[in-house]
Design a protein around this ligand. Structure first.
Ligand code: ZN
Length: 140
């Protein structure tokens, strides 16, 4: 990965552009499973049968795994695409965070350097309080 601040900033802009273009997304994982229904007369009881194919979206809600099935193949396909976009967004966010962290470390300090005076510490405490106040607006 390139190291210069300007290159990293260009990478960040590129990632943000990709994030803007993300389509509808939803969390979950796509599951295509084979199951036996349990009816004694069903073809799935026959030896060699793989069972019934089930196309589902699985999702963790708190600690429970919730499964969603779909009335049509088109509905499943659309949901699978939305899940795929969600995972793409997660990858982009992880990349964006990593790039941004490197930018933070490379960003030169803009003000004149001062020592850890009591006055500076007081100023930083107030500054930190203000930052915390800001982040509360974004907290869930
Ligand atoms: Zn069956």
């Amino acid at each position: 990965m390139p190291n210069s601040l300007s290159t990293l900033e260009a990478t960040r802009s590129n990632l943000l552009q990709q994030i803007i273009l993300i389509g509808d997304f939803r969390p979950g994982t796509v599951s295509i499973a084979f199951r036996k229904c349990g009816k004694s007369t069903c073809h799935c009881t026959q030896p060699g049968s793989t069972g019934h194919q089930q196309f589902r979206i699985l999702r963790k809600i708190k600690k429970d795994s919730v499964s969603e099935s779909f009335s049509t193949p088109a509905a499943f396909e659309q949901a699978a695409e939305q899940v795929s976009e969600y995972h793409r967004l997660q990858r982009l966010l992880a990349e964006l965070t990593a790039v941004n962290e490197r930018i933070c470390r490379l960003r030169p300090i803009e003000t004149n350097p001062t020592g850890w005076t009591e006055q500076e510490k007081k100023r930083l405490r107030l500054f930190f309080k203000k930052l915390q106040g800001k982040s509360k607006h974004f907290a869930k």
